[in-house]
Design a protein around this ligand. Structure first.
Ligand SMILES: Nc1ncnc2c1ncn2[C@@H]1O[C@H](COP(=O)(O)OP(=O)(O)OP(=O)(O)O)[C@@H](O)[C@H]1O
Ligand SMILES: [Mg+2]
Length: 416
């Protein structure tokens, strides 16, 4: 799959952009604050819906405007053409063709109702300075990393996440409205039972996916990490969820000799039913044990919405103990693992975006990145095109076609 052209309307500092791009290496250079990151963000939003920088769609709308539109014209590996558009309309939008407020997704100009049918169509992996957040920032950044990766290869996982967040907001709405006093009525207790039961059921399926992909990420990222760091340190990822769940899952897999089957193709039939039952019982017990507290505080204090992945270097959690350089190497290893896992599961080669990353990496790390990019369409942003000559030579040695350069200035892009 590769992108043939990019179209942006009222997106960040672009009023309107219609740009044809090359099938191999595309380099966007220009001074600071000209629109390089905005362009690649536009590409990422059109393919993956979410921005890598903000969770607020309204931030993406050009100042003073009421809606944005991003589109990609694509060509798949068999030569077939298709297009994807992700638009966002606010209440003030006059142009909204569907009169809808919020996000509208189109595939070949026809509305797509289910996000899960949209996000896997054109896979893009983005390497950006924000990747450092995965290692050093709050759990939400690591959940986003894990959720994005799994959703790209498994539309059913995306649907599970949507179900979970819908159930959770319904339960939270109920919790908000419960007034204290002399205990709660049995009708409210029954309603909470219903939400907890439904949440536990979906949670079990999410835990099964998250544990498996955490294992895969750990194996592959530690391999990349060893080669980048010269084998000096050992990187590992541990999935952290409802107390007792990973232990119960490991016991089940060991006792039934199912680990390899679970990792390679996933459990099915009676095995799936049994482990899902064990996990949902654990989640349900946890939710019940915090019910009084949650009623008192009007929140859902426990659940898989609080999950994390613990990134460890030589057995120590990186968040608390690592240096900047170690964090950067770990972030790069995690993103290279993302790329490799997507390649394992998806037949078409993902498109790669490298937003201002070369300047932050030393030579070994730059080479690791370049060697992972074979055969892909690549978008690179930088401030000085002369600073990445060596990387471009290496990409061309690895088979990339001639690089195309674009100058970015004040929201206008000119091909050289
Ligand atoms: N919603 C928006 N509407 C209009 N302009 C915006 C919006 N959001 C950001 N900008 C502006 O877009 C400009 C370009 O931002 P961008 O992040 O793309 O810069 P860049 O070329 O990547 O620069 P750098 O080299 O510093 O990374 C900035 O001046 C920023 O303030
Ligand atoms: Mg930038």
């Amino acid at each position: 799959m590769f992108i043939r052209s990019i179209h942006l309307e009222n997106f960040r500092n672009y009023g309107r952009l219609d740009l044809d791009v090359g099938p191999s290496v595309n380099i966007f250079y220009g001074d600071n604050a000209q629109g390089k990151t905005n362009l690649v963000e536009g590409i990422y939003v059109a393919s993956s819906i979410a921005s890598h920088r903000t969770s607020k769609d309204s931030d993406l709308i050009k100042f003073g405007e009421n809606e944005y539109k991003t589109s990609l014209d694509l060509q798949d590996d068999d030569g077939a053409l298709l297009s994807l558009s992700a638009c966002y309309y606010t209440e003030k939008s006059a142009l909204s063709r569907s009169n809808r407020i919020g996000r509208v997704l189109l595939r070949d100009n026809a509305p797509v109702e289910k996000i899960s049918e949209y996000i896997g169509v054109c896979n893009i992996v983005i390497f950006a300075p924000e990747d450092l957040n995965i290692v050093k920032n709050a759990p939400a950044f690591r959940r986003k990393f894990l959720n994005t990766l799994i959703s790209k290869i498994s539309p059913s996982y995306f649907n599970l996440l949507s179900n979970y967040s819908r159930l959770l907001s319904q339960k939270n709405a109920l919790l908000k409205n419960i007034r204290g006093g002399n205990g709660i009525s049995s009708s409210i207790d029954q309603q909470l039972d219903f939400w907890d039961f439904s949440l536990a059921d979906v949670s079990a399926e999410i835990i099964l996916k998250r544990y498996k992909f955490s294992k895969l990420i750990s194996d592959i990222a530690s391999k990349h990490h060893r080669s980048i760091s010269g084998g000096k340190e050992n990187l590992a990822i541990e999935y952290s969820t409802i107390f007792g769940a990973t232990g119960a899952l490991e016991t089940f897999l060991n006792e039934n000799s199912k680990y390899d089957e679970y990792i390679s193709k996933g459990l099915t039939g009676a095995d799936y039913g049994r482990i899902k039952g064990i996990l949902s019982d654990l989640v349900l017990a946890k939710l019940k044990s915090v019910r009084e507290y949650d009623i008192d505080k009007h929140i859902s204090s426990s659940g898989i919405h609080r999950d994390d992945i613990i990134i460890k270097l030589d057995g120590m959690p990186m968040k608390n103990f690592s240096s900047q350089g170690q964090q950067r190497t770990a972030a790069l290893a995690l993103k290279l693992a993302e790329l490799e896992i997507i390649k394992m599961y998806v037949s078409s080669t993902p498109v790669l975006i490298l937003d201002d990353v070369f300047s932050e990496l030393d030579k070994t790390r730059r080479l690791s990145l370049v060697s992972a990019m074979k055969g892909a369409q690549i978008f690179i942003t930088c401030t000085d095109k002369n600073m990445i000559g060596e990387e471009i030579d290496l990409m061309q040695e690895a088979g990339a076609r001639k690089a195309v350069f674009y100058r970015v200035s004040g929201g206008v892009i000119e091909a050289e």
